[in-house]
Each structure stands twice: as C-alpha cells, then as structure tokens.
Write a protein that binds this ligand. Structure first.
Ligand code: NDP
Length: 451
C-alpha cells in the first residue's frame, strides 16, 4: 500500500453524501503530496494531514428574515474557519441553494492551500448560506444580508476572519453586509473585502480573479514553450464575475473569447462574444443568456438539455485555450475528451475545482497544460489581501498599482508551482506542484507553531 493510499484509508468517506466534494478535493491533495511525505517523515510525525483536514471550527446558524410580502423566511448560514497557521481566516461567502457544510468544507480546504500559494499572510476559510438570491428584490437581498450579519459578526474581525464574495455574493451584497456589521459594532474596519470602492474597497477587486487566471495562463504557456494567447480562440464558461473579467482580459491581450454559459445554457458567438452586452444582461439586468441572441441572432444559444450524455456544449467548441469559470465539477471526462480531440493546448480553472478528477487525469496524460484552480484563480484573494493592507494603512492604491502587483503575484505563483513540480520529479504537472508548494508552506508553519 502506498503512503497516499494509507493516508486516504484513514479518511475513508463518512456516509454523509454532502461530503463528496470535500473528499474529492482532499484525495487529490493526498495523492499529490505523497512524494513530500516520503521525503520527510516530520509531516507524518506531526500528524499534519490529520490536523489539516479538520476545520478549526464550523459555525452554523439560523438566518430569519422578512420577504417583501412580510412572510417570515428561514435559511441556514455557515462559516467554516479552517486553518489560520499563516494568517487570519480568509475566504468568500457563497449564497446559492446548493450550499451545505460539505461544499463549504471543500471550498475552505482549497482556500488554505490557495492562500498559502499567494505568499501573503492569510489563512483559509469559507462560508455562505443556502439562500437563493435569484428572483429576490433588492430589498430582500438587503434584509437577508442584514439578518445573516446579525449572527456572523460575532465570529469575524479584521485580525480574526475576513470574508469576501463568491457565487451569489458581489459588491452589492458585500456592501449590505458591511453596513450591518458597522451598525452592530460601531466599528469602521476592514472586516470584509470586495467592498465597493467608495467605502474602502480596492480598485480591481472585481476584475482580479478573471484577470489573474489569464495572467497565470500567459506565464504557464511561456514556461511550457507554447504559443501565446494572442489571436487564439478561447472558450469560457460562466457569465458571472470571474468569467466576464476573464473574457475582458482575453480581449485586452488579443485573444478571441467565443463563449460563455449560465446555469441554463451556452452562448457561442464565433466572432467573439459581445462583452458590453453580457455585462448588461448578467451584472445589471440579471437575466438569462437566452436574451443575448435577441441582439445577436447570428450567435448560437444551446440549452443545457441539448447535451444529455454528461457533456457540456461549451467544451465541444474548438479552441486553443479553455477557461472553466462557473462552478465545481462542470467539466467532466466526456468534456475533456471533446476538448482534447479538438486540439486544446491549455485549460485554466477560474472556478473552484471545475474539472472532475477523471477530466484532470485526461488532460495530464495528453500533455495539455493544465492550471488548477488553487493556483490559477488566486488573483481574487491576492487583491483581497491588498484591500486589507490598504484598509489597515488607510491608503488607496491606483488601478495601475494593483494591476502590476496582481500580475507579479500570478507570475510568481506560476513559477513557484512549475519549479516545485520539477523539484519533486513531476515536471509540467501544475496540480502536484500547487498542492506540494501550498501544503509545505502551511505544514511548516503548523509545525513551528506547535500543537
Ligand atoms: P457568480 O455568482 O458571479 O457567477 C457564477 C456563474 O456560474 C453564473 O454564470 C452562474 O449561472 C454559473 N453557475 C453557478 N452555479 C452553477 C451551476 N450549479 N451550474 C451551472 N452554472 C452555474 O460567481 P463568481 O463568478 O464569483 O464565481 C464563479 C466561480 O469562481 C466559483 O467556483 C467561485 O467559487 C470561483 N471563484 C470566485 C472568486 C471571485 O473572486 N468571485 C475567487 C476565486 C474563485 P447563473 O447566472 O444562471 O446563476
């Protein structure tokens, strides 16, 4: 039995189905770090894995709020404070009906290693609620956010735990959450990141994750001696914060992003997607992508039902580089095969864990340059940390300064991941490189801090 198999056996899945994605994330890390565990037995002696896979605490609470008809609604809120060996807990809040403890544990666990890879002093956490923002009025969103913060404020603070946005939580929600925190505590402090610029948000925070994944990909293609993205067809999934800003940066560097998706369907516009229209539809009007073809009848709209065999239309479009930026496990082995047959050169994860384990194995075995989420989408949390620095020193950085620092950070992460993979005998494997580099940094801090 290999060291990885032995470790995995210890964490054999509980019969709780909602833990499935958490085990998926954990298993990948355990296989990746086996060479590190074999090279130095201190990680086993100090029981780092056993300690790392259990969150410091999981806070679960009731959120009661009044909808616009004055009916009482009840949701569940969570905050998973996973690990603070490197700095205060840091990670987003997700508002989506699918949210449960298992999803937040998976996201929090990924966040520990991602935050370590940035080289910045931040630990890992995640939170959210099963509240569905879709179809809610602005007042309902405000009332829900206030009710959520009424409980959450007890557990967070600028040196303790600093939440940010994720699916369903953007600048509007962070604004309402921040307002309520301030009203309850009378303290004007950097307790949340992703705030609107007018009250302490960093310029470029909304763009950071999407821009960052493109910066990472450019560097990875350079290291792997592949052609740049200039003039290349790219496919992107999602139509939220990460996807739209990845599309924007792809245009800046001369690439041609031809797709986007939402939970109902895919837009394929061979001339390149109309970004101003997408921003209007998804960020302002918050309507379905189906509206896109009213303005562009020559584009194609493919509803999700059109792909019944476990595949997705967006990954059946020929492209040089693919950017899954919607949600976890959205890119299956069927999709990976379609991309490979169509000659894809790189796949970069903007969303958290969008590719299934089988899909990742297919990419790696076919020598597709594969940028895993915990390295490639770390730009968001990096700029969140820049926001914390600006708040702490009561300063504001220019857009250009943040952009330069973001690009440097993404390039450094990419080089570090590539070098680590090479050092551990898996050159070109950015999954193992990211997991080993992130794990080692957190583990060494945990050992130095004692138990
Ligand atoms: P948004 O809420 O802004 O957008 C999410 C997009 O994904 C929407 O287009 C949504 O479609 C689609 N989507 C959500 N759930 C599903 C689903 N179950 N099936 C199909 N499509 C779905 O979120 P973000 O752009 O902020 O986040 C996207 C991903 O990036 C997530 O995995 C998140 O964890 C990750 N991420 C985000 C960061 C950030 O800075 N925001 C930082 C790092 C990672 P619809 O409009 O129909 O709901």
């Amino acid at each position: 039995m290999t060291i990885a198999e032995r470790e995995i056996k210890k964490f054999e899945q509980s019969n709780c189905a909602e833990n499935h994605v958490f085990y998926q994330a954990m298993e990948e890390v355990i296989y990746s770090i086996a060479p590190l565990l074999e090279s130095d037995d201190k990680y086993t002696r100090y029981a780092i894995l056993e300690r790392l896979v259990v969150p410091d605490r999981i806070i679960k609470f009731k959120v009661t709020w009044l909808d616009d008809t004055n009916a009482i609604q009840v949701n569940t809120g969570f905050r998973v404070q996973f690990n603070n060996a490197l700095g205060p807990y840091k990670g987003g809040l997700r508002f989506h009906p699918s949210v449960n403890e298992g999803i937040l544990k998976f996201l929090g666990f990924e966040q520990i290693l991602k935050n370590a890879l940035t080289g910045l002093p931040i630990g890992g956490g995640k939170g959210g609620s099963d509240f569905d923002p879709k179809g809610k009025s602005d007042f309902e969103i405000m009332k829900f956010c206030a009710a959520f913060m009424k409980e959450l404020h007890k557990y967070i603070g600028p040196r303790i735990d600093i939440p940010a946005g994720d699916i369903g939580v953007g600048g509007r929600e962070i604004g309402y959450l921040f307002g309520e925190y301030k009203r309850i505590t009378s303290s004007y402090e950097g307790v949340l990141t992703g705030k609107p610029f007018m009250f302490g948000g960093s310029l470029m925070r909304p763009e950071a994750t999407g821009y960052g994944v493109v910066y990472f990909t450019e560097k990875m293609l350079e290291i792997e001696e592949k052609d740049s993205l200039d003039g290349k067809i790219c496919t992107v999934s999602g139509a939220g914060n990460v996807a739209l800003h990845a599309i924007e940066k792809l245009y800046h560097i001369g690439a041609i992003p031809v797709s986007c998706t939402d939970s109902k369907g895919t837009i394929y516009d061979a001339r390149g997607v109309d970004l101003p229209l997408l921003k209007e539809l998804k960020l302002e009007k918050r309507v379905s992508l189906q509206e896109y073809i009213k303005a562009h009848p020559e584009a194609e709209y493919i509803p999700v039902e059109a792909y019944p065999e476990g595949g997705h239309a967006v990954w059946d479009i020929q492209c040089y580089a693919a950017f899954p930026c919607a949600t976890q496990n959205e890119l299956t082995d069927v999709d990976a095969q379609n991309l490979i047959v169509n000659g894809v050169v790189s796949v970069s994860e903007g969303a958290n864990m969008p590719s299934t384990p089988k899909a990742i194995n297919d990419f790696l075995s076919h020598k597709v340059c594969f940028a895993p989420a915990k390295a490639a989408n770390a730009g968001g949390v990096a700029v969140s940390e820049f926001e914390m620095s600006q708040n702490a020193s009561m300063t504001r950085w220019s857009f250009e300064k943040v952009d330069i620092k973001l690009k440097e950070t993404m390039q450094q992460i990419c080089k570090r991941v590539a070098l680590t993979a090479q050092d551990y005998g898996v050159k070109g494997n950015y999954v193992d490189g990211a997991n080993i580099a992130g794990f080692k940094q957190v583990a060494d801090a945990m050992i130095a801090e004692g138990i």
